[in-house]
Design a binder for this molecule. Structure first.
Ligand code: ADP
Ligand code: MG
Length: 352
């Protein structure tokens, strides 16, 4: 098992190079907002923008994206749509995470002040296995009318995720970790994931550990979410649980997600939606991608710039009450971005 090592980060002349993959749907417009806000916040970041055409079967742009992220160490992305129904064209999003071995996805589900939501004061961290499980992309039709889909669970990846979670809890002062699984049915695969987390938990006696079946977990999340602190789970459960939690605190337009491996990091909106239906209408919520960009700045060590942007976002939402239609408001995306920029320009402390 490899130890978690620091991620190398590209920096030239005091500025960071970061790979930007706008993706489809609302991705490009959200990235435009990030670049605009970074300009006014003076964030020392240069983006290497790579467009990946989802219709193309060629993988040139995709290979370039991998090379670029390997060189820069850090990326920010929108969702790349998988347009083809053909089994031969697999999700580029999944392929990217697998290729870069981004074995863990972190979704910090924290209520955003001023956002109307079904549950208040939520503060839960989902730590999700990000490269295997149900997303192994190993499906085939063995005989006519019979499809097999493989769910891969390895001891080494279960170990890495659990260890990451316990180290994360230790570092951030979190008290409890819950392993989410269906080991009563999937005795071998989820059984291995659960047993591995129990084994790692013994090394961290100061952190409480329990486990819960995924179906009960979904019920508990909507009725008594405050019982959860940090949760770990396999890939597909992670996707579903992330969406449940995003729904509880305000939908797809707010939260960001982080993908980490031993060497690289990618930041993106938490629910990984393409948002095709709302693209080009100036109604997409800019917060999710801006939150991802704040995560990225923190990762690069630019806390002052990250705080400047975050505070401007908080003021726009909780003081000016500017909200996009997904949150019941009537502000356009660009009105919100303009307001955020106004707050940045009015801030007492500016990092540059
Ligand atoms: P998928 O990419 O999984 O097909 P969709 O693009 O259909 O998902 O997104 C799911 C829902 O979330 C849609 O109703 C979409 O409009 C909404 N959504 C996603 N991102 C945003 C955003 N940034 N602002 C507002 N609504 C969003
Ligand atoms: Mg879609």
């Amino acid at each position: 098992i490899k130890k978690q090592s620091p991620i190398p980060i590209a920096m030239y002349g005091g500025r960071h190079a970061v790979t930007m993959l706008p993706g489809g749907g609302i991705g490009p417009e959200l990235m435009e907002y990030v670049r605009e806000v970074f300009k006014y916040a003076g964030a020392p970041v240069d983006f290497e923008v790579i467009d990946i055409d989802p219709r193309s079967e060629e993988s040139d742009a995709f290979d370039y994206a991998i090379t670029s992220i390997k060189r820069n160490g850090v990326g920010i992305k929108g969702n790349i749509e998988t347009k083809s129904e053909s089994a031969a064209i697999t999700s580029r999003n999944v392929a990217l995470r697998n290729e870069l071995d981004l074995f863990v996805n972190i979704l910090h589900c924290k209520s955003f002040p001023g956002v109307p939501a079904r549950q208040k004061d939520i503060d839960i961290v989902i730590i999700r296995q990000n490269t295997e499980g149900e997303y192994a992309m190993l499906e085939h039709e063995s005989v006519d009318g019979v499809v097999e889909s493989m769910k891969i669970v390895t001891e080494s990846n279960s170990d890495r995720v659990a260890r990451y979670a316990f180290e994360f809890a230790k570092r951030t002062g979190r008290k409890k970790i819950t392993t989410i699984h269906k080991a009563n049915i999937m005795k071998l695969s989820d059984g291995l994931f659960l047993e591995t987390s129990k084994k790692i938990a013994k090394e961290y006696p100061e952190i409480e550990h329990n486990d819960m079946i995924i179906d009960n977990c979904c019920m508990q999340l909507v009725s008594k979410p405050h019982q959860f602190d940090v949760m770990i789970m396999t890939n597909l459960y992670g996707s579903i649980v992330s969406n449940v939690l995003c729904g509880l605190i305000g939908g797809a337009g707010i939260l960001s997600g982080k993908n980490y491996g031993d060497h690289y990091a990618i930041f993106e909106p938490g629910t990984r939606n393409t948002g095709t239906a709302i693209a080009g209408k100036n109604i997409a919520n800019p917060l999710a991608m801006l939150n991802a960009s704040v995560d990225m700045l923190n990762h690069l060590g630019h806390k002052e710039h990250a705080d400047l942007i975050m505070n401007a976002m908080l003021k726009t939402v909780s003081e000016d009450h500017l909200l996009t239609p997904d949150l019941g408001g009537s502000a356009s995306s660009t009105e919100i971005v303009q307001k955020i920029i106004d707050h940045i320009l009015q801030a007492d402390i500016r990092p540059w």
